[in-house]
Design a protein. Structure first.
Length: 443
């Protein structure tokens, strides 16, 4: 909104009445207020804040070409939201519109290194150095001169730290010939105090990198030593398990040898008895067949003598025929009794034969069960031996969480070069700059 004093001045010049003022619609927000609202609403690290900031910037974007503080404000919001690629693009706009914005240039270089765009960083570093204010001339009061050169000295130190990062932690990903040429060019433009600050920053990073490397090696060595102890313990445990399984396997084999001897003896006895039963069964069946074959002949004799007795008139002769028929009947009864006995014996021998077969199958089943237990033990022993050999062949793992964290930090830019500015301070400075310097355009 327009400032209150401006509002009163307008009232005085226009001579408007209170009633007319009440009927006048409020004026639109000024650019400074809109930028301030963009910063305030976009500052929380939430999705809603990010969306609202984008919406407000879209409305201010048409003014960005003539007022570089607008994209710069949105760049601060994007950095705050960790959206570094978007922030880098906005800073390019700021630098194009305001080439002397050294803070924007420094942030852009830092973002380029964070995004691993090392070529871009090496291209922009000399340009930043070239635009540094000239070193203060010698003054009677050395302290005053030092204060005047404090900001360029700090910026030179930061550039040195960035170059130290490219020389040390990021060395494998940077063309060192280009980096060295870039450093040489920057040093040729820097005053002696600034060169000293640059070298101090560069050496500080290289020293920190070397120290962290040594610490990581020490941690990795400790992890390896611990891993070796664990490895030794695990191997001993695996060897103990394999030894126990081997002992159980040997005991089971000895037990099976004794069982095999007993089972073979019992099995042979059963087979012998089976053969005897089979022989007796065959004999009983043969006798039964022979007895059944005699029955038709005996029945014929009985029928013949009964027929003769029925036709004979002589009582004595008839009595003789009946006696013969009775004798043959007695033979028939005897044969039937013998046959019944043979049938019972045959059934008994068949049942005994089936019983012997079941007993022999039980012996075979028992043998399979015992050998199956041995097979399981031998399989477990084989797995234990294979696991032991596989573990012995594996290298000791030194990638503990602590080592992994140190390895991540040792190549991270923020470990050596934090964000060059305090975002909150820069936000406040930017808002204050609108009070000191009116914007070039208004909505």
């Amino acid at each position: 909104m327009f400032r209150f004093r401006h509002f009163i001045a307008v009232l005085g010049l226009a001579g408007a009445s209170a009633a007319a003022l009440a009927a006048t619609p409020p004026a639109a927000e000024t650019v400074p207020r809109r930028v301030q609202r963009l910063l305030e609403l976009g500052w929380p690290r939430t999705l809603d804040a990010r969306v609202e900031a984008e919406r407000r910037y879209d409305r201010l974007a048409p003014l960005a070409a003539s007022e570089p503080r607008i994209p710069y404000a949105f760049a601060l919001v994007q950095i705050r939201q960790y959206r570094y690629p978007e922030a880098a693009a906005l800073l390019d706009q700021v630098i194009a519109a305001d080439p002397q914005n050294l803070t924007a240039r420094e942030l852009r270089i830092w973002l380029a290194i964070s995004l691993k765009d090392y070529g871009k960083a090496l291209t922009q570093m000399p340009e930043l150095v070239r635009r540094l204010p000239a070193a203060e001339a010698a003054k009677p009061q050395a302290e005053a001169a030092a204060d005047a050169d404090a900001a360029p000295l700090e910026l030179s130190r930061q550039l040195g730290r960035m170059c130290g990062f490219l020389e040390g932690p990021a060395r494998a990903h940077v063309d060192q010939t280009v980096r060295a040429a870039c450093v040489e060019q920057m040093l040729s433009w820097l005053s002696a105090p600034r060169q000293k600050a640059f070298e101090a920053g560069r050496k500080a990073v290289l020293h920190q990198f070397a120290t962290m490397g040594e610490e990581t090696e020490i941690t990795a060595a400790a992890a390896k030593e611990s891993g070796e102890k664990i490895r030794k313990h695990v191997l001993a445990d695996l060897a103990r398990q394999a030894g126990d399984l081997a002992a159980k396997t040997d005991a089971e084999k000895s037990k099976l040898d004794d069982l095999k001897t007993r089972l073979e003896y019992d099995s042979e006895k059963l087979r012998t008895k089976e053969r005897q039963v089979e022989q007796d069964l065959g004999s009983a069946q043969s006798q039964a067949v022979a007895a059944r074959r005699e029955l038709p002949g005996i029945d014929a004799q009985i029928g013949q003598f009964l027929a003769l007795a029925g036709r004979e008139q002589d009582p004595n002769q008839r009595a003789f025929f009946l006696t013969q028929a009775a004798a043959w009947q007695a033979q028939r009864d005897q044969r039937l009794a013998t046959l019944a006995g043979l049938d019972r014996r045959t059934a008994s021998l068949a049942a005994e034969q089936q019983s012997l077969v079941r007993q022999r199958r039980d012996l075979d089943r028992r043998w399979k069960q015992e050998t199956g237990r041995l097979d399981k033990l031998e399989s477990s022993l084989t797995r234990a031996e294979n696991e032991k050999e596989k573990f012995r062949a594996q290298p000791v793992d030194t990638s503990t969480p602590q080592v992994a964290d140190q390895k991540r930090r040792i190549v991270a830019l923020t470990t050596y070069v934090p964000l060059p500015i305090s975002l909150d301070d820069e936000k406040a400075r930017l808002v204050a700059s609108f009070d000191a310097t009116p914007p070039k355009v208004r909505p």
